[in-house]
Design a protein around this ligand. Structure first.
Ligand SMILES: [Zn+2]
Ligand SMILES: [Zn+2]
Length: 139
């Protein structure tokens, strides 16, 4: 058991708590996540939306179109710039950025999303799940 767990941005202006275990932990290699992370991918910690609580601060939101044509809102600290969490159009889940956890060391990566846009130099574990885009049922 790891829940509840907490996290936030580098300057501590934005803080959150999660009261449930993650549903999934996946590396997302879509272009938007490459921009948002500044690297090969974003490690997405998927949690039930109802278990996520913003406890401090007011992150800035940036909306970009997901595959469904609906906006994915990326929340980041407007002081230090850390990406903290994303709100997918599917309102049932919230995506917390792995690097924003106070202790990210216990996370277990389930696999990779959007391998179709992964960079040739990105590391993708061949022994784990891989999806060219999103997993079919998460649509
Ligand atoms: Zn900050
Ligand atoms: Zn992505």
């Amino acid at each position: 058991m790891v829940a509840p767990f907490s996290g936030g941005c580098a300057c501590k202006a934005v803080r959150y708590e999660v009261s449930a275990e993650p549903i999934a932990v996946m590396d997302c290699h879509c272009r938007d996540c490459q921009y948002a992370s500044g690297g090969a991918c974003t490690t997405a910690v998927v949690v039930p939306a109802g278990a996520f609580k913003l406890t401090k601060g007011k992150p800035k939101r940036y909306g970009s179109k997901g595959d469904t044509g609906n906006d994915v809102f990326r929340n980041f600290c407007d002081n230090c710039g850390s990406p903290v969490f994303s709100e997918p159009p599917n309102g049932a889940i919230m995506v917390v950025k792995a690097g924003s956890l106070d202790d990210p060391s216990w996370l277990k990566i389930g696999g990779a999303l959007y391998t179709s846009s992964a960079q040739p130099w990105a590391h993708i574990d061949p022994n784990k799940m891989q999806f060219e885009k999103m997993p079919p049922r998460a649509g």
